[in-house]
Design a protein around this ligand. Structure first.
Ligand code: HEC
Length: 129
């Protein structure tokens, strides 16, 4: 699904495409993607968005099941930390993640999501002095 419908814009590795230092096509996971506090990491929220809007310019091409599958896929990778994180993934999961997302869980045998997350709001090249 991802390869057939998303990869052309969001990249083989999900990192989107940068043009002149700006994410012209946004990364869907990894250090520059939306963080674990963003609504888009919820599989149900991402499903709605993807079903209605993606692939960009050709909306409502996917079945509802395909939208769920690809939303689950993109949200099963590590991304920047939840900005409300205070040092403990299971506590953050308990307090803020009682919904349909994978934060605080291990997906397909990988490390628990959130435990190896990237810094929140990473500095972009242009912000550095
Ligand atoms: C033709 C290019 C294109 C294709 C193909 C495409 N996208 Fe996108 N996608 C975009 C662009 C451009 C944006 C940013 C839209 C905006 O900001 O309004 C985006 C935004 C998104 C976002 C929101 C990202 C964020 O940071 O909020 C998600 C999630 C997403 N796409 C998922 C998908 C999925 C899943 C597929 C495959 C079913 C897909 N896209 C196919 C161009 C594309």
């Amino acid at each position: 699904m991802y390869k057939a419908h998303c990869q052309v814009c969001h990249g083989e590795d999900g990192q989107g495409q940068m043009i002149a230092g700006i994410a012209a096509l946004p990364p869907l996971w990894g250090p520059q993607s939306f963080n674990w506090g963003a609504g888009m990491h919820r599989v149900n929220t991402a499903t709605d968005f993807i079903y209605e809007n993606m692939p960009l310019g050709k909306s409502i091409q996917l079945t509802v099941q395909q939208a769920w599958d690809v939303a689950a896929y993109i949200n099963s990778f590590e991304r920047p930390q939840d900005p409300r994180f205070k040092g403990d993934v299971s506590e953050t999961k308990e307090t803020y993640h009682q919904h349909q997302g994978y934060y605080g869980q291990s997906v397909t045998g990988n490390p628990i999501l959130g435990s190896e997350s990237y810094p929140v709001f990473p500095l972009k090249k242009s912000d550095k002095q």
